[in-house]
Design a protein around this ligand. Structure first.
Ligand code: NAD
Length: 322
């Protein structure tokens, strides 16, 4: 079985590539531009950790380069494509949207077109809870209103869903979008709350809690997300007129105060907390309704936040030597 994973140097892509390449019956080709991996970045270290796996190969490439990416897909002829590469981060999309346009819109179009020319059995791509904007109330269901994402990042993910549906309808592409909810775990992104908070707490520096710490997030452990991606990707699929979209989350939102208290107890240090008003583009609450993905695939998250955070802190301590 051959699987192409985009964003393989990224947080979730690393875990998906590791899970599949470790099975012994799967050839994984990772693609990533590795762009912007400066001092303290995790993209190259994540790739270095994948290198020893016999089932893993890697090509450094920008999937928004349509001709080159189509060539990679035509040459590898994957059975499955797991598209996780994207320009990520909500706040950045408000300040500098250009990389989001390139990776998430041009890049997504290029992935769809490459898959149209060399169709895999199934293309699965990452959408986000950010598509649920001001029109939805938690817990979010797949058929809730997604016409008004509150960030430009969320808008690009919404566009992906519409673009994918157009390729399913017009070209019969077997394609499914998965809306992830705040993923955390070992090798987590340095720009996301777990690592930002853990490093500030360890260094005795203040952490900033927007919306006065009352934002609620459906933190989902990365192994649960990988379970969901693999289950959905490998399941046989017929393309049809209805958009194939599923939430992948934990369905148990907690506020940021609670999250910080758990981290404090695991790190054995008190946090210095700075309370701030809500940030533009930020959602006040995310929580996944998992009824649809449970019924279709039997997906059910297994790792409670306390256990997942403890595994994260163990990795954090070992990796950063703290
Ligand atoms: P990440 O930023 O760690 O990984 C994304 C990877 O994509 C990076 O390694 C980056 O170099 C690569 N990339 C970006 N543009 C590229 C391009 N044009 N060509 C080649 N490579 C490119 O992000 P992540 O947290 O692993 O997220 C994976 C996917 O899941 C993304 O699509 C993201 O939007 C989505 N998602 C993540 C979360 C989360 O909580 N982490 C939540 C919702 C959705």
């Amino acid at each position: 079985m051959k699987v192409l994973v985009t964003g393989a140097a990224g947080f979730i892509g690393h875990h998906v590539a590791r899970r599949l390449a470790g099975t012994g019956n799967c050839e994984v080709l990772g693609v990533d531009s590795v762009a912007g991996d400066g001092e303290g970045g995790l993209k190259r270290p994540r790739l270095a950790a994948l290198e020893p796996l016999p089932g893993f190969r890697f090509i450094q490439s920008d999937f928004a380069e349509a001709g080159a990416f189509a060539g990679i897909v035509a040459h590898f002829r994957p059975d499955y494509v797991v598209h996780l590469g994207a320009q990520t981060g909500v706040r950045g999309s408000l300040e500098d949207p250009a990389p989001y346009v390139r990776s998430n819109l041009d890049g997504f179009a290029s992935v769809l077109e490459a898959c149209r020319r060399t169709p895999p059995r199934h293309l699965v791509y990452a959408s986000s809870s950010s598509v649920y904007g001001s029109g939805a109330r938690a817990p979010f269901r797949e058929d809730d209103d997604t016409a008004q994402p509150v960030s430009f990042y969320g808008a690009t993910k919404k566009c992906n869903e519409v673009m994918a549906q157009s390729y399913a309808r017009s070209h019969g592409l077997a394609v499914t979008g998965l809306r992830f909810f705040t993923v955390y775990g070992p090798w987590g992104r340095p720009d996301m709350a777990p690592t930002l908070f853990a490093s500030a707490i360890s260094a005795g520096k203040p952490i900033r809690l927007f919306n006065h710490g009352k934002n609620r997030r459906d933190f989902t452990y990365v192994d649960d997300i990988v379970d969901g991606i693999v289950k959905v990707a490998l399941y046989p699929v017929e393309s049809g007129p209805a958009p194939r979209l599923f939430n992948l989350g934990n369905s148990h939102a907690v506020d940021t105060h609670h999250f910080v208290r758990l981290l404090e107890s695991l790190l054995g240090r008190k946090a210095i907390v700075e309370l701030l008003p809500p940030q533009p583009g930020e959602m006040l609450e995310t929580c996944a309704d998992l009824t649809k993905v449970k019924a279709a695939y039997g997906f059910s998250p297994k790792v409670p936040l306390e256990e997942g955070l403890s595994r994260f802190v163990e990795w954090y301590g070992t990796y950063y030597g703290k």
